[in-house]
Each structure stands twice: as structure tokens, then as C-alpha cells.
Design a binder for this molecule. Structure first.
Ligand code: THU
Length: 163
């Protein structure tokens, strides 16, 4: 038996102004996108923005449905649109932010497991690290790549492996 430890590195900032101007711009776009979410059932408005490697910015927000499983998360809306319309461009940085059920910037924003898997696929597809910024009312967290969000992940390599 052996025990392994996985160490995740997260840079935590207190204020928007501590980040680079390009990160600040991207975060503001995510916040703006959250305001345009369609979330009448949860009232949790999520916004995502991403910058492609050529500088193009794409945004997305959660889109709910009365038939609840049909709704989609903000990050997946943004990633799928970006990958579908710019299939040759890697995502350099992706932001997630949210507005809570009281209409205030949400604390402890964190992407769901399904979105982590989709982020990982996009990173894997372009073979370039995708920075992740989690913009919360109480902190702004920056991860250098998706790996820390999904340790022991399942990815395309698993399909090819021969045991
Ligand atoms: N949601 C997202 O948009 N992204 C996440 O990573 C977590 C959850 C949305 C889905 C649903 O519309 C609402 O937040 C409440 O779960």
C-alpha cells in the first residue's frame, strides 16, 4: 500500500485591482454576462467569460428550463460556443462568477463537476493549460490549469489505455 498526496496550487486575491488589467477586463465581462442569465428557477445567475489565444473574448451564462435537466451551465455555454466557432483556438483563461438568490455577488463560486469535466476536455483538446479564475464576493481564486479542479480525472487517454 502507498499513500499519495495531490497538491493543488491556488492564487487567492482579495480585490479585483490586484489582478492584471486583462484579467480584470475578463472578470467584468463575466459579471456582465451573469446579469443576462436565464435562471428563473434557481435565481442563481452564473456568468462565464473566456479569452482565446488570439485575444477574442466569448461569454456565456446559465440557461435554465422548466424541464430542469435540460438547462445548461454558464461555463459550458461559453466553452461549447467558443470551441464550436473557433475550433482552432485554445482557451487561455476562463472566468466563472455568479449572483446569488439575493441579487448579490455570490460567495465561494465553484464550477460543478460536469463543467470541470468539460473544461478538462477543452484543455486536453488544445494541449495548452487553461487558466481558471473563480470570481467570488469574498475572494478571487486563480488556478494555472484545470488539473487541480479535477484530480484523478477521466480523459480521452483513458479510452486508449490497455490494461
Ligand atoms: N450553474 C452554472 O451555471 N455553473 C456551475 O458550475 C454551477 C451551477 C448553474 C446551473 C443552474 O442554472 C444554477 O447554476 C443552479 O445550480
Amino acid at each position: 500500500m502507498k499513500t499519495k498526496e495531490i497538491i493543488i496550487s491556488i492564487s487567492e486575491f482579495e480585490k479585483l485591482e490586484e489582478l492584471s488589467t486583462s484579467d480584470q477586463e475578463l472578470i467584468l465581462q463575466a459579471r456582465a454576462s451573469a446579469l443576462q442569465a436565464y435562471a428563473p428557477y434557481s435565481n442563481y445567475l452564473v456568468g462565464s467569460s473566456l479569452r482565446l489565444e488570439d485575444g477574442t473574448i466569448v461569454t456565456g451564462n446559465n440557461q435554465e428550463n422548466a424541464s430542469s435537466p435540460l438547462g445548461t451551465c454558464a461555463e459550458r455555454a461559453a466553452i461549447f460556443w467558443a470551441n464550436g466557432n473557433y475550433p482552432g483556438l485554445a482557451i487561455e483563461t476562463l472566468v466563472v462568477t455568479a449572483i446569488d438568490q439575493n441579487g448579490q455577488p455570490a460567495a465561494n463560486v465553484s464550477p460543478c463537476g460536469a463543467c470541470r469535466q468539460v473544461m478538462l476536455e477543452s484543455q486536453h483538446r488544445f494541449k495548452k493549460p487553461m487558466r481558471i479564475i473563480l470570481d467570488s464576493s469574498n475572494k478571487i481564486e486563480v488556478l494555472d490549469n484545470v488539473n487541480g479542479l479535477l484530480p484523478l480525472s477521466f480523459n480521452g487517454n483513458s479510452l486508449k489505455s490497455i490494461v
